[in-house]
Design a protein around this ligand. Structure first.
Ligand code: GDP
Ligand code: MG
Length: 309
């Protein structure tokens, strides 16, 4: 299945919840009236778009409907799609130009960090890049084993220490191994404990210092993983992480299992941090770079052939 169809399929629940409801609200209307705008705002908030962003979309739509003199439901839908695409656009590019470049993956337990790293490794490898993984989630032995399985699956190298080892030391060794083996991309996993912001901050600053020292000129991404199924809670989580850590982008996972995919708009518009990758399944091919236009298209597209499968 092509990725666009996979994305389409993955977003089905969100699409039914959001654009399906919008279509119903528009159905049989001869005029785009206040009742519709109220319905639209409510639908967007229910889809976890967030209050501010829902208000912004409605207000931009009102302007467009007035200025362009729109009447037909189809034109209004198209206009909503354009507004959503516009809100989602900007900053999503991932510049991994330097050799090596480094990605640090952070986030709470269970959001999909390790799985996303496996998928990213496979994705970069398929682009012809040499990837090396660092198992810096040393909190549990199982976490190291899990990353090792993903490294095997993706066919990439991994650097690991024993359970309980200093995560920063793992990052150090991974960077050194990456340099020695001419890796293009170094990706490090981390533990997901956020029970104590001070600890997290200290642990991450130690890792940043090592990255600064060992790879001062390297392109760097600090990607925060958020689980789309948690809706507005993901926003709260992101706020806490952004207070403790520098975050350059979001990996939004589990879009396939949720009707709360509208949270992507709140992330971009309220948090002002770009979504860079999306996960739409547990398989190795279920991750792609975030393309706002495709995403908006999928949120509002009609049924595709693959959905009949
Ligand atoms: P971590 O604790 O943040 O490292 O999370 P894991 O990578 O261990 O993932 C936790 C669970 O979420 C696993 O069962 C994964 O298979 C699942 N998962 C991760 N990404 C996705 C996704 O995009 N879609 C679905 N449906 N499940 C996912
Ligand atoms: Mg993990």
């Amino acid at each position: 299945m092509g990725f666009f169809n996979k994305l389409n399929k993955g977003l089905k629940k969100t699409r039914d919840n959001m654009s399906g409801a919008i279509n119903s609200a528009l159905y049989g209307k001869n005029e785009i009236d206040d009742e519709f705008y109220d319905d639209l705002e409510e639908i967007l908030i229910m889809a976890d778009v967030g209050v501010n962003t829902a208000e912004e979309i409605v207000s931009r739509l009102r302007d467009a409907v007035f200025k362009k003199n729109l009447h037909r439901a189809k034109d209004v839908q198209e206009e909503i799609k354009n507004i959503v695409s516009d809100i989602l656009s900007g900053g999503e590019e991932v510049d991994m130009i330097t050799i090596p470049s480094v990605i640090l993956v952070i986030g709470v337990n269970g959001v999909g960090k390790t799985t996303s790293i496996g998928k990213l490794a496979a994705m970069f490898k398929s682009e012809g890049k040499k990837v090396i993984l660092g198992a810096a989630d040393t909190f549990r032995a199982a976490a190291i084993d899990q990353l090792e399985i993903w490294a095997e699956r993706a066919g990439v190298d991994i650097v690991k220490h024993k359970e309980g080892a200093d995560p920063a030391a793992v990052v150090y060794d991974t960077i050194e191994a990456g340099k020695a083996r001419n890796a293009d991309i170094i990706i490090c996993d981390t533990a997901g404990r956020l029970h104590n912001k001070k600890n997290l901050m200290e642990e991450l600053s130690k890792i940043y210092r090592i990255m600064d020292r060992q790879l001062p000129y390297a392109d760097r991404e600090i990607l925060l993983v958020l689980d789309a199924t948690t809706g507005q809670n993901a926003i709260q989580q992101a706020k806490e992480f952004m207070e403790a850590a520098e975050v350059t982008g979001i990996i939004l996972t589990k879009l396939d299992g949720t009707a709360k995919g509208g949270v992507v708009l709140a992330i971009k518009n309220d948090l002002k941090v770009p979504v860079k990758f999306t996960g739409v399944g547990e398989g190795i091919d279920d991750m792609r770079a975030f393309v706002p236009k495709d995403f908006a298209e999928s949120l509002f597209s009609e049924k595709t052939k693959d959905e009949d499968d």
